[in-house]
Design a binder for this molecule. Sequence first.
Ligand code: PHE
Length: 348
Amino acid sequence: MRLLCIFVPMIDNIKAHLKDVAAFSANTADEVAQFRIDYLGKKGHITKLFADFRNVPNEQKKEYGQLLNQLKSEAQEKVKKLQAALGGTQSSKSAIDDVTRPGQPIPLGARHPISIVRDRVIDVFSRIGYGLSSGPEVEDDWHNFTALNLPEHHPARDMQDTFFVQTDPDVMLRTHTSSVQVRHMESNQPPIRILSPGRVFRNEAISARSHCVFHQVEGLYINKDVSFADLKQTLMYFTKAIFGTAEIRLRPSYFPFTEPSAEVDIYWGLETEADYRITKGTGWLEIMGCGMVDPNVLTNCGIDADTYSGFAFGMGLERMAMLLYQIEDIRMFYENDVRFLKQFSSSI
Ligand code: PHE
């Protein structure tokens, strides 16, 4: 009985601690830290109470043990709650202190493939002195057609199906950025060396190969004594920089604003089944149109065609991006599917 009398207060002692823990509150982080040391520290109450365990008589060990475990978990819970309430836990503090801890990954956005290709083309031409020029997407007949040697009723107007602004046949969405070149020539004298990237519109059925809205980069060089040989060298420099090959072929073609005109093919190769498909079994791929600027166009824009000559070229950016990234459907560019766009996050 004597022994029992000694140990009952030990159980009461734990119960008193349980009450104290439940009632404890703190206003500062220091008070919480002190509480943690008092209860959970190496020399704290709980360590001591555990050490006393072996002195507890067998018949009370169970209750003592249960109460002690309860006290420990309630003390731990209390510390956590108070730390959270006082803003910031012990662990987040130490996380900041640990400068070797890996950072939170910040998801990077991706640039659109059309922008990537456009900027590459601009970069390649800027190295040989080409500047940029821009103009309106809603154009008048003169800049989109007439000045470019396409007078009213000229059959070649049908080459580019046009969206007209319903109420006014003189107002349309530009079908190419050649209109920008007209504007530039009207207000600048040679030497002229410009690129005009931009969005263009054609009334075409939407399919995997074509869209009614797409992007072009056109180029224009006007100076004294510019020859077709200069055009060819410029194109070879360009295809080498973008496609890694200067093996090109110029097929005679027709554009109203250039004479002579040509379509440019690059040798793509015939190594894979896909090469057969995209080159239709020939190994050659058409990438752009070009030619020597027709003297009528120079005259229309106020440039002396006896003194100056020049060349122009134009390419579709969607087509370039489809070739460079092996994209089979043009519609992918406009759907803004992040799974598609994310694939370009490592490209510049
Ligand atoms: N403007 C033409 C088109 O849109 C491309 C081109 C530009 C062709 C310059 C020749 C010279 O198809």
